[in-house]
Design a binder for this molecule. Structure first.
Ligand code: AMP
Length: 211
């Protein structure tokens, strides 16, 4: 089964995708994580992506489509959970025209105030993608990853100016994507993201089992 998880930045797409993919032995593809790795490695894609990400804007579709389809094609017989793609109608259409079959789309939704609080307190261990929150999920030692002892950082795009831009972009993009899937044979479900991580995870699994 192949799943797409949609939602505003900070709704918990990454957290839930990681948990579900581990629980169900699925491949987790996060386009945001792929781009951050590319930036860290200073690859050609990383050099294109950095400025767009830091401004809260989308990387051009041709770059993203190729990045995603190449990744999917490397793992073409494993169930996949995609987090971060599609980000606009064109990406959804191109994915639908590819050989990749989407079985279920889950849209996480949340109030903008909750998103802003979540993102502005988020701290990340870059190497693993593990995330913390200064108020809701603090690390054992302030600023330090629990498992490796390495430093946590605040993502450059988790500041209020860029968060507002990312939310604005998200709100303009989600409606056409939702309409597209709801008018297709793909099952589309919405899930309130503001509960605890464990309760959202449980609802998520129930949605998968019902599908
Ligand atoms: P995320 O970690 O999913 O919040 O993504 C971080 C940033 O990466 C986004 O704000 C975009 O700049 C970029 N990005 C991630 N996925 C895509 C995509 N499918 N299309 C365009 N840009 C993307």
């Amino acid at each position: 089964m192949n799943i797409i998880i949609l939602g505003p930045p900070g709704a918990g797409k990454g957290t839930q995708s990681k948990l579900i993919s581990q629980q169900l032995s699925m491949l987790h593809i996060s386009t945001g994580d792929m781009l951050r790795q590319a930036i860290a490695q200073q690859s050609a894609i990383g050099q294109i992506a950095e400025q767009y990400i830091n401004e809260g804007n989308l990387i051009p579709d041709d770059v993203m489509v190729k990045l995603l389809l190449d990744k999917i094609n490397q793992h073409n017989n494993q169930s996949v959970i995609i987090d971060g793609f599609p980000r606009n109608l064109h990406q959804a259409e191109v994915l639908a025209e590819s050989e990749f079959v989407v079985d279920l789309v889950i849209e996480l939704y949340s109030e903008d105030e909750d998103i802003i609080e979540r993102l502005s307190g988020r701290r990340v261990h870059l190497a693993s993608g593990r995330t913390y929150h200064s108020k809701f999920k603090p690390p054992l030692v302030d600023g330090i990853d629990d498992l490796t002892g390495e430093a946590l950082v605040q993502r450059d795009d988790d500041n209020i100016r860029v968060i507002s831009q990312r939310l604005k972009l998200y709100h303009s993009m989600i409606r056409p994507i939702r309409d597209f899937y709801q008018n297709s044979p793909v099952t589309y479900k919405r899930l309130q993201a503001s509960g605890s991580v464990a309760s959202v995870q449980q609802c998520f699994v129930e949605m998968l089992q019902a599908n």
